[in-house]
Design a protein around this ligand. Structure first.
Ligand SMILES: C[S@@+](CC[C@H](N)C(=O)[O-])C[C@H]1O[C@@H](n2cnc3c(N)ncnc32)[C@H](O)[C@@H]1O
Length: 312
């Protein structure tokens, strides 16, 4: 029973910047000492978001202890709620699903926007109570919104419009149980990524997936940076990687390659010049224009020589 729960856990939210599509490439670069015998003593994911890589690892590896961090209090609270208050959450989410699915199409749209207002009221009032209700609303909105993507604006408010799915699974109880199961040995905190330095050691694998460096030139030029993660933060992150390297932790970091926009932009090559680097390929929207989906490059940075050196 426990083993099957463990093998099934998948992300419970679709999150902006999710790494689902890159896992098949990233997995080739896991340090060999963890691959045999598929065991990680301490796994850190300090920008966890939807946790695509973490959940994949829980299906393939035995993780003794996971440390999952994010600066977004809502996502952190959702993980904690699933870990600690699963029964109440399923009850609440099932209620939302029943009401939604038994409504007509017009009523569904009204219901969606009413729940979006309720959710955003919690956020704008900076309320930290009602965690079960907030998590249920977050999952409900994610499953019923346009493109099924959880995205917030600069004030942290959920602003995605209604999506017209015929029969969405809103309360995936089986997956929530599996997620709750794999989170039982996880420390989940709303902290800055540098917090990992307090706990990491030489038995640790740390995977960093920070917010992207702005992909459009105008965005970086005007200083508008989503999530407030700017080049100074990228440099601060590099220093954390240096410190982790001294401790003996293994570090993997992914980011979009700025060369997608400016072939002369050597930001990451310069910053991580002493590290091992690989090029990965992803499909992503460029310049917020849904028509301009294309293959773009992502970079993978490691503080150890990759086992698949010749591939990139
Ligand atoms: C690219 S997303 C991670 C996506 C994730 N890998 C996935 O598969 O869904 C980056 C995350 O970093 C978080 N973040 C931004 N600044 C942070 C900071 N200083 N410390 C920790 N987390 C931060 C954001 O809230 C966001 O969830």
């Amino acid at each position: 029973m426990k083993t099957s729960l463990k093998t099934e856990a998948k992300p419970f939210l679709k999150w902006a910047g999710g790494k689902g599509q890159l896992i098949n490439q990233i997995k080739e670069f896991i340090p060999p000492e963890f691959v045999t015998p598929k065991k990680i003593d301490k796994y850190f994911e300090p920008f966890v978001g939807g946790g695509a890589v973490f959940f994949w690892l829980t299906r393939e590896y035995q993780i003794k202890k996971a440390y999952l961090y994010d600066i977004n209090p809502e996502i952190v609270s959702a993980y904690q709620t699933i870990r600690d208050r699963l029964r109440k959450l399923v009850f609440e989410l099932q209620g939302l699903e029943d009401e939604y699915l038994s409504s007509s199409k017009t009523e569904r749209e009204k219901f969606f926007y009413a729940k979006r207002v309720e959710y955003n009221d919690y956020i704008s009032e900076k309320r930290t109570n009602h965690v079960v209700r907030r998590t249920a609303l977050m999952i409900f909105l994610n499953k019923t919104c346009f493109n099924g993507l959880f995205r917030v604006n600069s004030q942290g408010l959920f602003n995605v419009p209604f999506g017209r799915y015929e029969n969405p699974t809103i309360c995936d109880e089986k997956n929530l149980q599996a997620v709750s199961f794999v989170l039982q040995n996880a420390e989940i905190e709303c902290v800055d990524f540098a917090h990992c330095l307090k706990k990491a050691d030489k038995s640790s694998l740390v995977y960093f997936d920070p917010p992207y460096r702005p992909i459009s030139k105008t965005a970086s030029f005007t200083g508008y940076i989503k999530n407030g993660f700017n080049d100074e933060d990228q440099k601060r992150l590099k220093k954390v990687c240096d410190q982790l390297s001294k401790i003996g932790s293994k570090v993997i970091l992914s980011n979009s390659d700025p060369k997608n926009v400016d072939p002369k932009d050597n930001f990451f090559e310069d910053l991580y010049h002493k590290y091992y680097k690989k090029s990965l390929h992803a499909t992503r929207m460029i310049n917020c224009n849904a028509e301009r989906r294309g293959m773009i490059k992502e970079i993978l940075v490691m503080n150890y020589e990759s086992p698949r050196r010749g591939l990139a």
